[in-house]
Design a protein around this ligand. Structure first.
Ligand code: NI
Ligand code: MN
Length: 224
């Protein structure tokens, strides 16, 4: 499995299939110059820094879009092949399993007219051959322990930027509850409002559990 950080909350996971999560490319100062050719895309919520370029990429590549019911309907209305789902459910798309988890956040679709609801924000446990938990934009919540117990993700992608999501101290506690082998910080340094030191996060994790923190540069790939 190869995990490439696209900056912000965007990742490309290459295993048997190519899965892209939250492709926010246009307007993302950290976005690397990488050609995305996903089989499947998953979007955590409607905000522009997550739904991002997903609809356009799906239109161009024919990739299937996985999202909560409301966003799936929105994308389907734009000609995208979309698989809608909701919290607690698991679906299999092209041999990859997507389990939708809760996230404490909000989810208006910025791209639509004012008042268009993107349903609730979410995270995912994505299982191809290995299991990756993308927490989405979220506050800390103690049911993250259940996500660790139930799905046993090997890798956790965790927001540390603060202000709109958890900061380093909440994110470190989240990692200690989920207990993945590897945690990769995300949703920081994209803009001034989310500037953060990932090494501070790594030190906090080290004080709490055995999880290894891997800090990626935008465009860098972790091979597992
Ligand atoms: Ni958001
Ligand atoms: Mn965000």
């Amino acid at each position: 499995m190869r995990i490439t950080w696209l900056g912000h909350a965007g990742f490309e996971i290459e295993d048997r299939r190519n899965v892209v999560i939250d492709p926010f490319i246009k307007g993302n100062p950290l976005a690397p110059d990488i050609e995305l050719e996903p089989d499947i895309m998953a979007v955590t919520h409607g905000h522009a820094d997550h739904l991002g370029d997903a609809v356009e990429i799906a239109q161009e590549t024919g990739a299937t879009l996985v999202a909560i019911h409301e966003i799936a309907n929105y994308a389907a209305g734009k000609g995208v092949e979309a698989e809608g789902m909701n919290m607690g459910g698991t679906i299999e798309v092209n041999d990859v399993q997507f389990t939708m988890t809760q996230a404490w956040h909000s989810s208006g679709i910025d791209a639509a007219e004012f008042g268009f609801s993107g349903g609730d924000p979410a995270g995912y446990v994505i299982e191809d051959r290995a299991r990756v938990y993308h927490a989405g934009d979220t506050a800390l919540f103690s049911d993250m322990r259940l996500i660790g117990d139930l799905y046993r993700p090997e890798v956790m992608l965790v927001p540390i930027g603060d202000r709109f999501t958890m900061g380093p101290r909440e994110a470190a506690l989240a990692v200690s509850w989920v207990r993945p082998e590897i945690a990769i910080p995300m949703h920081y340094d994209t803009f001034e409002a989310v500037e953060q030191d990932p090494d501070e996060f790594a030190e906090l994790v080290e004080g709490l559990c055995d999880t290894e923190v891997v800090v990626l540069e935008p465009g860098e790939t972790l091979e597992l």
